[in-house]
Design a protein around this ligand. Structure first.
Ligand SMILES: NC(=O)c1ccc[n+]([C@@H]2O[C@H](COP(=O)([O-])OP(=O)(O)OC[C@H]3O[C@@H](n4cnc5c(N)ncnc54)[C@H](OP(=O)(O)O)[C@@H]3O)[C@@H](O)[C@H]2O)c1
Length: 70
């Protein structure tokens, strides 16, 4: 069985990163979207809120902790 493409977006708990997550959720294609944030709490909150905003989306959002300077 083919799996969905996995897309990692860093700095995705706010701003342009979060808007990019929303655009992917609007897509008729199904993705696994890794919503990256420096704070896992902020990433988790953003992932839950954005998934709830697009309940009919075929894509799944998962929060991960990632700091590009680490
Ligand atoms: N070229 C252009 O025309 C143009 C236009 C607009 C924006 N930009 C640039 O695009 C970028 C994003 O803009 P934005 O408006 O979305 O900014 P923003 O709302 O401030 O969001 C920045 C995001 O990056 C995250 N971040 C910061 N340092 C990080 C690191 N070391 N590792 C991982 N994530 C990190 C922040 O996380 P925290 O929440 O943890 O701080 C936040 O989620 C900025 O660099 C901005 O200058 C360019």
């Amino acid at each position: 069985m083919a799996s969905n493409p996995i897309i990692l977006i860093t700095g995705a708990n706010t701003g342009l990163g979060l808007e990019t997550v929303k655009d992917l959720l609007r897509s008729p294609k199904a993705y696994t979207i890794l919503l990256g944030g420096r704070s896992l709490n902020k990433a988790n909150t953003a992932a839950k809120e954005v998934q709830a905003e697009f309940p009919r989306s075929l894509s799944v959002v998962k929060a991960i902790q990632v700091d590009l300077e680490d």
